[in-house]
Write a protein that binds this ligand. Structure first.
Ligand SMILES: [Mn+2]
Length: 239
């Protein structure tokens, strides 16, 4: 089985409960995490430490989220403590401040090695692009047939400004005329669905063009929860 999670935001207990709920079996299953493992709750680094050996064995794949970018920027001295804390980084900061030089260097290498997007051929969606935030409407690249080349558009936006790309929530607000032109289905996270769903529910959003699986982990006080999507059974799980 292939499972997707996104925006775990430090909720280690919820992550462990989810693995139990889906009966995650490292001999048979795979997990793709679409970024924002760290910040808000304190368990992000422990979750990454759980995922690292799985990543080596290709059991897990992790994409970069804006919070992994914030962490790498802080490690490079390009983001102040104050600003990172304003973005929800307080708990991660407390832990990383105690890292020694080698631990910091290793963690920075890890963060900067994370892919911005990956592509998978999925039985129910065809060729699918998996990326944290979706697309940035200022950087469309068109194919000859007038459709929007999702991969090239992401690459162009990233080349221009990775930060703006990873914090963009454009995909939820662009006209459906643009969405119809996307040449790939997309699975994303980043924008808690409670902010988009009209009934304010923390449920995965499915559209004909993309799926947003950030159901608000790290915002549990506001009703948020961690979701997981199984592409093989089309099931959604929540903890
Ligand atoms: Mn995000």
């Amino acid at each position: 089985m292939l499972y997707f999670m996104s925006d775990i935001h430090g909720e280690l207990k919820a992550f462990k409960r989810m693995l139990k709920k889906i009966n995650f079996n490292t001999k048979e299953d795979q997990l793709i995490v679409i970024g924002d493992i760290v910040d808000r709750d304190p368990g992000g680094i422990e979750i990454i430490n759980m995922l690292k050996p799985w990543m080596k064995e290709e059991i897990a794949t992790v994409c970069m989220g804006n919070h992994e970018l914030f962490t790498s920027m802080w490690l490079r001295g390009k983001l102040s403590d104050r600003k990172w804390m304003a973005f929800g980084g307080e708990e991660t900061l407390k832990i990383i401040k105690n890292f020694n030089f080698d631990q910091k260097k290793e963690f920075l290498n890890f963060l900067e090695s994370l892919p911005i997007y990956i592509e998978r051929d999925l039985p129910n969606f065809g060729k699918t692009v998996i990326t944290h935030s979706g697309i940035h409407c200022d950087h469309y690249v068109y194919n000859e047939d007038g459709t929007i080349n999702v991969i090239k558009s992401i690459e162009k936006a990233v080349e221009k400004d990775l930060y703006s790309f990873l914090v963009s929530n454009d995909i939820h607000y662009i006209p459906s005329g643009d969405l119809k032109k996307l040449d790939r289905y997309m699975i994303i996270g980043h924008t808690p669905t409670i902010r988009i769903n009209e009934d304010r529910s923390c449920k995965i959003i499915r559209t004909p063009y993309y799926m947003d699986i950030d159901s608000g982990s790290g915002y549990r006080k506001d009703g948020g929860r961690l979701s997981c999507y199984c592409v093989d059974t089309d099931e959604e799980f929540y903890v």
